[in-house]
Design a binder for this molecule. Sequence first.
Ligand code: C2E
Ligand code: MG
Ligand code: MG
Length: 659
Amino acid sequence: MNIQVQCCGIVILLLIWYFSLRQRSLGLEAERLFLVTMGVTSFCVIMDITSIVAINCHELISAFLLALICKTYIVSLIWVGYFGLIYSSTDFIRTRAERKRQNRIYTIIVLTGTVLIYVLPIYYYLSGDIVYTYGPSCTTTYIFALLFVLVTLYKVGIRGKEMNPKRRRAIVIWMLIWIIAAVTQFLNANLLLVGFASVLGIVILFFELENPEANLDRETGAYNAHALGEYTKLLYEKRERFSAMLLALNDMAVMGNADSSIQQDMTLREIVRYVEKLKEVKIFKTLERELVFIVSDEQRLQEVFQDIKGHIEGIWEERRSDGQARVSPYYVLLPDSLLIGSVEELFLMLRHFRVGKAENPEENSILLDHRKIGHYKEREETEALIRRAIEEDRIEVFYQPIYSTKHGKFTSAEALVRIRDEKGEIVPPGRFIPVAEKNGLIARIGEIVFEKVCAFVRKHNLMEDYGMKYIEVNLSVRQCEDTRLAENYIKIMQKYHLDPSCINLEITESASIKTRKNLLENMQVLIDYGVKFSLDDFGNGESNLNYIVDMPVSIVKFDRDMSQAYFANQKAKFVMEASMHMIHEMQLEIVSEGVETKEQMEAISALGIDYIQGYYFSRPIPEAEFLEFIKKGNRDASAVPETAAEVQSLQQSPESIPR
Ligand code: C2E
Ligand code: MG
Ligand code: MG
């Protein structure tokens, strides 16, 4: 009976071999270890049959050869256990070094078992149909096999959460079958079940996990997203360079009634079928229905890109003329995988650039070179920095005093945001504001700054005790898009019982009509409440006079470039003078920003500008220092520093921000 069971095992294994090898392989670690385990199991079953035959024919062969055959069979059993254990740890052993270290211990154990089994004696029992082996050699086999089974179960128990749940389940079932088979065989030596139990293990693994079909996408025949993750993980682990291309079919407008996802899959299938004919390209489909092509190097990448692009253009040219479908492909090319540190980063980046605009719209593609990846990483780091700063309350507000030429003292200040990083160093807004504008975090920053300003004004009675008339607070264009902005800001002012006249919000020119509409609505609510507005950055190239006409602002701020150009260039001088007259005619006031020297200050004052802001008086400074500055600067009516020493003392600032 036993030989029949083992023969069944062989047939099952042959079938699994056939189905496994029929599909193309990706060479994944688990896939490779599964094939090795199946190889050892096949050898084990063959040796099982050979040993039964050998015992039956013991008169025909030498005792040494008989022992060798029987021992080789039981040795192969513990090797199945050994590979089963290694296979089961593929999910949670991530680094090659860790794998090597762990495998070394198991290898020592399996080699010790092998030597012991070969050295210790073995006995045979043969009576009619019943054949089995026993003795110290067999007991050693049980001990070592059980050891591997228990270690496997233990590992799966403690690291199960990190494992693929299917793999965890399959391995536990396999090990339990083995234990049942081993106990049954131990108690009933004539039932040779252990070898067959290994075959059952392979069957379970194959159907649960290692069926190569599991790595394929049914709709297109490409490898699926799971396979993409595993494959790229493997390449990164081995530090094997590769090049990749992501193809996204954006704005797929489908004609007819077909469901668009079905239509998309049909289109993708068509592309996959074409690319399958190209050499050395691995094709994957992502969960977002994009295709990712992986090739060995940049040269091949360019060839494949041109080829696919040409093909797609060709077929859509035909379709377009038929009026069937319109598709705009978008290609993201990564020439060198090692420009990126990990698989996680790779996918985040492909996703990020996939929605980005092509540099060249004709090309519809983007090549991720060193520079672009560097920018991307910097942006990611800055975003993380902003998020941490918000969470850990490291957003600070500095104040830059504004001098009133009419009153001859400081009557206002601009609140300017700063982030203090983990090391306590100040990060200037030039680094994080553009990032925050892009990802929308500016709304949160703006609100934090506004609340801090209100709290500061209230706490120190800036109006009554320091002679301040108002504080200027910057509003980003993104914030103005939010229809609840006015409501939120009013709530904050009410929370601190602030008179709205002590707030002046700085806005800049906004490009889109929609933003402008929302901005105007917000402005109206706030103006009705009593808040005033300034137009920031006038003269920096993007501003125009019409904007002043349209916007209900009270103050116009001349940009630093405009203030500086006044001294460098005769034409700019005329422009500034003419602008000033016009703005004054409109009954608006003017602040000149970026005034750095005494000469500039005097000339601009003489020109008739109402307020002056610049390094000449002070850089933006922290709260305590600002209070000190105002107290000292406004002590007498004429706060304008006269001597060089006075200028220097006012310009001293802890802020070491290179501009
Ligand atoms: P801004 O609103 O035009 O602010 C004036 C900038 O000019 C400040 O730079 C200030 O330090 C700098 N500045 C003032 N006087 C001089 C001078 O004499 N010489 C030179 N070289 N620079 C001078 P800062 O603080 O680095 O801010 C840069 C920009 O970041 C601001 O330009 C504003 O657009 C933005 N920003 C700052 N704080 C906030 C905020 O709370 N919210 C928003 N949305 N944007 C902010
Ligand atoms: Mg400003
Ligand atoms: Mg400005």
